[in-house]
Design a protein around this ligand. Structure first.
Ligand SMILES: [Zn+2]
Length: 325
């Protein structure tokens, strides 16, 4: 039996840890709400507690720890810098855990980690070129090109949510930039896009249910997709536009990285398969010169980052293992 490893998925809301290995994937898991504290020590203590809890009597068999984390981070120094939506910053997680457990510890951003999970345990097994895209409250990505997971100078090689898709810069992104895809197609962006579209074409949206919800400031991605399923003309129009912009985003990924497969995860995609995926598949060909890839929902569902963290600990990218930026 190959040695055991620990994988940790640090999100803004939940933190999950798993004990596993490259043959069996996840053997045991624990989950908690992510500690909402300004103190890096509190975050580190939560990591230590979860790692001890999930490894139980097998702690002495653990030979590495892999962490897929919300960014921004510096994966080479092993530091979680200052993620939005959580109070903590500058968490020196790699060095601390390495000193504590005396095993190698690797840190990558959550979407690059998810791409590793897909490659090792999911639909990307056996492929040399694949991408993973999450459509959630934010938009992120990870890619493997020619059998090499791309990392970049700080670990942000595929920050595809922040690609500019609107040179008129109409909507503002959570990162402070403008015109980024995340500002239009993510969970936090979709309501802003809906408001913009309704204001720019009031005649078309007049009297639709979606116009009413936006007017009351109550539109969420969930309610938008529900209205679309009920056939509301306005909601369907907005979903069509989200689909077209998503197709542009997926096309840009295809043009840059030329993947054979793009798998899609994140709550927006996982909860609205048809309405999200169909327009992407239908429209991607119009926006990319490269041969279109196969596009599917990740078979690993909400566990894709956790599987990736097991893969990262078991078989880290060579450059990361060597600490070569
Ligand atoms: Zn942005």
């Amino acid at each position: 039996m190959p040695g055991l490893v620990i994988g940790v998925d640090l999100g803004a809301t939940n933190i999950r840890a798993a004990l596993g290995n490259i043959e069996s994937g996840i053997l045991r898991r624990v989950e908690e709400k992510t500690v909402q504290s300004e103190s890096p020590d509190d975050v580190i203590q939560q990591f230590i507690r979860l790692i001890r809890m999930v490894s139980a009597n097998d702690l002495d068999k653990v030979r590495a720890i892999g962490i897929g984390s919300i960014g921004p981070l510096d994966c080479w120094r092993g530091v979680i810098l200052n993620p939005p939506n959580v109070p903590f910053k500058n968490v020196h997680i790699v060095e601390t855990l390495r000193d504590m457990f005396r095993v190698p510890v690797y840190l990558l951003n959550d979407c690059t980690t998810a791409a590793l999970g897909e490659w090792v345990f999911g639909a990307g097994r056996g492929l040399k070129n694949l991408a993973y895209i999450t459509l959630s409250s934010g938009i992120g990505g990870g890619v493997v090109v020619d059998g090499i997971p791309l990392i970049g100078k700080d670990g942000n090689a595929a920050e595809i949510g922040h690609m500019v898709i609107d040179f008129e810069e109409r909507l503002a992104c959570n990162c402070g930039g403008r015109g980024h895809r995340e500002a239009y197609c993510s969970g936090s962006g979709i309501p802003k896009l809906a408001k913009y579209l309704i204001e720019s074409r009031p005649d078309y949206f007049c009297g639709t249910l979606v116009e009413d919800l936006v007017g009351r400031g109550e539109l969420t991605p969930k309610s938008l997709f529900e209205l679309a399923r009920r056939g509301d003309k306005g909601a369907l129009k907005i979903i069509e536009e989200v689909g077209r912009l998503n197709a542009i985003g997926f096309a840009n990924v295809n043009t840059l990285y030329d993947p054979e497969l793009i798998t899609v995860g994140g709550s927006i995609a996982l909860n609205n398969l048809e309405l999200v995926l169909k327009p992407i598949i239908a429209n991607i060909g119009g926006y990319t010169a490269n041969r279109a890839p196969k596009i599917i929902i990740t078979p690993l569902g909400g566990d894709v980052v956790l599987y990736g963290a097991i893969a990262l600990a078991s078989n880290p990218p060579q450059t990361l293992a060597q600490g070569v930026r």
